[in-house]
Ligand binder design. Structure first.
Ligand code: SF4
Ligand code: SF4
Length: 381
């Protein structure tokens, strides 16, 4: 077996199955990441969605005993939507972040990694492999950085010169002594646009994210959204792209390469009001295949309510009142009450006053009172 030739063939094969970039990293432990993760844990900057075992996240040999190398793959996704529908008064729209457009990237990456595994197994019979995507133990970004896919940017994304940061990342640990790629030099330079533009100040210092303040994470939580974030979330239903869209390195990186990631505009920018009453079944049918639906409909509905408040969409007040009065879920009733107050119509004020008489849930009552307080403010103003 000529390993050098095999590696070249593997790279060529990867291109034929829609892998846009491939790199090879050593499977040495990720010591500096370990240090960073411990620090993040101490500061409570983690989202809670990540693998809790820092040892597993930083020691590839714990995941594959014979680990020697890690193959990192990147697939570009589009940043531009053709024929994007525009929300107008009376028909407002929300937005799913770009990483949720089209086919769920987990399945797209998994398919490619399985194809790669099959190719390797057919040509390298002694191969041992373990592939992972996003929810795997290793940090996709740390692997991609080491494999020279791109540099680890201040907005905490990996930026590739070819596709910007609009890339999905996955990796495969192997026992094959591939020739290793060099990490790429940082190209952020003095720029700090992402840090300054982040609506919540979640990028605390170059390359470090406080996930507890990041809108991308907050859109995925299931409880009440803390008050300070309710007005900054805007019309985001899932995820946040701000620190990517402002990045000069992403300019003109439209990446309309893979048809499966092209968004259905009606799903990526759906009308908000129908989301308020969508059934579980319909939600699953319409949005179930999108990466952004993985937490179910409740966070999306909460975010839709907040988006209507953001637009001060008066025509949505009757629907929001109905939610406040009838929805079984206290978080939805309470968020609707807050939104009714925020929009600030006379009809809303009357409904909040009445509801306060009968609402039994303490948290919901608090939200009704917050809603009513907006009226007091309005009168003062
Ligand atoms: S995703 Fe949004 S909230 Fe999170 S760091 Fe980027 S700009 Fe800030
Ligand atoms: S906006 Fe500037 S600092 Fe932030 S990731 Fe892009 S190049 Fe780097």
């Amino acid at each position: 077996m000529n390993l050098d030739q095999f590696q070249k063939d593997l790279v060529a094969y990867a291109a034929t199955i829609g892998i846009d970039k491939i790199g090879f990293a050593s499977a040495e432990p990720f010591f500096s990441l370990k240090h960073q993760l411990i620090r993040q844990q101490q500061l409570n900057y983690q989202s809670g969605f990540e693998e809790p075992d820092i040892e597993k996240r930083t020691h590839p040999e714990l995941l594959l005993e014979e680990a020697v190398s890690i193959i990192s793959i990147a697939i570009a996704y589009p940043s531009k939507m053709d024929d994007a529908p525009r929300g107008v008064r009376g028909a407002r729209r929300g937005i799913f972040s770009r990483s949720s457009w089209g086919q769920d990237y987990h399945s797209a990456l998994r398919e490619r990694l399985m194809q790669l595994e099959a190719y390797i197994a057919a040509h390298y019979p002694d191969a041992r492999m373990r592939s992972m995507v996003d929810t795997g133990e290793l940090s996709d970004r740390a692997v991609a950085e080491r494999a020279g896919i791109g540099w680890s940017a201040k907005n905490t994304n990996i930026i590739t010169p070819e596709f910007g940061s609009y890339v999905y990342l996955g990796e495969m640990i192997t026992n094959i002594p591939f020739r290793l790629d060099e990490p790429m030099e940082d190209q952020c330079g003095d720029c700090r646009l992402c840090i300054d533009t982040c609506p919540t100040g979640a990028i605390v210092e170059g390359g470090q994210l406080n996930a507890q303040r990041c809108i991308s994470f907050l859109t995925q939580t299931k409880g009440f959204l803390p008050d300070e974030f309710r007005t900054v979330i805007g019309n985001r239903l899932y995820g946040c792209d701000t620190c990517q869209t402002v990045c000069p390195k992403n300019k003109r990186k439209t990446n309309q390469i893979h048809p499966e990631f092209q968004p259905d505009p009606e799903l990526a920018k759906p009308l908000l009001e129908p989301l308020l009453t969508i059934s579980n079944r319909e939600f699953k049918e319409r949005f179930g295949a999108m990466a952004g639906s993985w937490r179910g409909k409740k966070p999306i509905q909460r975010n839709a309510i907040l988006a209507l408040a953001h637009f001060k969409e008066e025509s949505a007040v009757p629907a929001l009142i109905a939610l406040m009065e009838q929805d079984e879920r206290p978080m939805i009733r309470g968020t609707a009450a807050w939104a009714v107050g925020k929009i600030g119509t006379a009809e809303g004020f009357a409904a909040l006053t009445e509801r306060l008489e009968v609402e039994a849930d303490g948290e919901v009552r608090e939200e009704i009172e917050k809603g009513l307080a907006f009226y007091t403010e309005l009168q003062k103003g």
